[in-house]
Design a protein around this ligand. Structure first.
Ligand SMILES: [Zn+2]
Length: 88
């Protein structure tokens, strides 16, 4: 069984159990607004290189932060941290 066949089998079992399986983009679109404040340096070999959503500067983040709707650099965060506060 190759990787695609294994994924299809896993998906079928999840759906049998009543779990709704979404495409990644649809899943991310349904997440609450989140902002990841990222640094300009990388510390792990699997860090993801990206660009700050505000200034376009180089940033690195952990792979699981791919789900954050906005990724910004520390400099942009420091300029106006209040705009990223949780409204709760
Ligand atoms: Zn920035």
């Amino acid at each position: 069984m190759n990787a695609n066949e294994r994924l299809k089998a896993i998906r079928a079992k999840l759906e049998e159990a009543g779990v709704k399986v979404l495409p990644h983009d649809e899943y991310v679109a349904g997440l609450p607004e989140t902002t990841c404040v990222c640094g300009p340096d990388t510390y792990f070999s699997d860090d993801v290189k990206a660009k700050c959503d505000i200034c376009g500067g180089r940033i690195y983040h952990r792979p699981y932060n791919q789900a954050a709707k906005k990724k910004i650099c520390t400099a942009c965060f420091i300029k106006n941290p209040a705009q990223f506060e949780d409204p709760q």
